[in-house]
Design a protein around this ligand. Structure first.
Ligand code: PSU
Ligand code: MN
Length: 303
């Protein structure tokens, strides 16, 4: 079989206990080694502390894994040949026995197929600022219009064109709600400055939206919960804008395109903010993972 659900995740699903899906591209391509492995373990622990079972998702030797053991997690974090797999890459990866980390699009697809309802990440992919020249829009957006998962994120990565991304999500019919805020979060920054139409204040509120969505039926699409990084842990906005502008200029000079764009910019910011962007990124991810566990618990009626 080409998909394998770990025993722990299978049992939890069978018993109706809360499970949270975690993506692996952030581990393999979004964070520097060796910190990434520590973070991978820490995120799983945070899910457990929140009362849910973690299911980190990746493809190992052509098998889609829902729930990784320590060896799998280590391989994703340490092996430099691990590929970056979007949703469209899954079939060739499975057919050729490849090993790769899954992006939001691939993770959401696999999670949904396995019956997982809640997924946490850092920031979603979206419309890139160079869209007019490159037509680079993350495959995350369209896939999220087709799966019924709840995605807890700190908005979309602030390296993107945030208003254009929000417009695409509206066009695609993807529900977006702010958690404790009426502004869409800005990934490294607590606010992108853009408004959201709906605000909720508790995990139970989110579970209520999920129930209403289930009851409505109709076309399936994701529920995006925008959870801001705490204001005290955000990146200094002036530093953010300055370094990002330099990073975008270097991206153009080097002619970097496609899948390499997002990892390049994340690393550029980490290096040129002296690690401050990395800390803000991690603070955002930790907050999202913890909240996702509480939402999954509320969804299962076990706050
Ligand atoms: N969130 C983070 N760091 C990351 C990502 C999300 O804090 O590295 C990853 C996700 O896997 C997302 C991907 O799907 O970045 C977007 O890549 P692209 O723009 O190439 O679609
Ligand atoms: Mn892209």
């Amino acid at each position: 079989m080409s998909t394998q659900v770990s025993e722990e995740v299978r049992e939890a699903l069978h018993e109706g206990r809360p499970v949270v899906a975690l993506e692996s591209t952030i581990i393999a391509h979004g964070l520097p080694r060796p910190r990434n492995l520590t973070v991978a373990r820490e995120l799983e622990d945070l899910v457990r502390d929140g009362g849910a079972v973690p299911a980190t998702i990746a493809v190992l030797d052509g098998v889609a894994r829902i729930g990784l053991d320590e060896a799998g997690l280590t391989r994703i974090a340490e092996d430099p040949t691990v590929r970056k797999l979007g949703h469209r890459d899954l079939a060739p990866a499975l057919a050729t026995g490849a090993t790769g980390a899954t992006t939001v699009s691939a993770t959401a697809w696999l999670a949904d197929s396995a019956g997982l309802r809640v997924f946490a990440t850092g920031g979603l992919g979206g419309v890139h600022r160079e869209w007019a020249e490159t037509q680079d829009e993350s495959a995350d957006l369209r896939l999220l219009a087709q799966v019924g998962v709840t995605v807890v994120c700190a908005g979309v990565k602030s390296i993107l064109d945030v208003p254009a991304t929000l417009q695409r999500l509206e066009t695609l019919g993807v529900t977006v709600i702010g958690y404790g805020t009426d502004r869409f979060p800005g990934f490294y920054l607590s606010s992108s400055g853009e408004p959201v139409d709906w605000t909720v204040g508790s995990p139970e509120d989110v579970a209520g939206v999920m129930r209403a969505r289930d009851a409505l039926g109709g076309p399936r699409s994701a529920l995006i919960v925008g959870n801001p990084v705490p204001a005290g842990q955000q990146l200094d906005p002036a530093l953010h804008d300055r370094v990002l502008a330099a990073g975008l200029a270097e991206l153009r000079e080097k002619g970097i395109t496609g899948q390499a764009v997002t990892p390049f910019l994340l690393e550029y910011l980490t290096v040129h903010t002296g690690g401050a962007s990395l800390e803000a990124n991690l603070a955002a991810v930790r907050g999202n993972v913890g909240l996702a566990a509480r939402i999954a618990a509320a969804d299962r009626g076990r706050p």
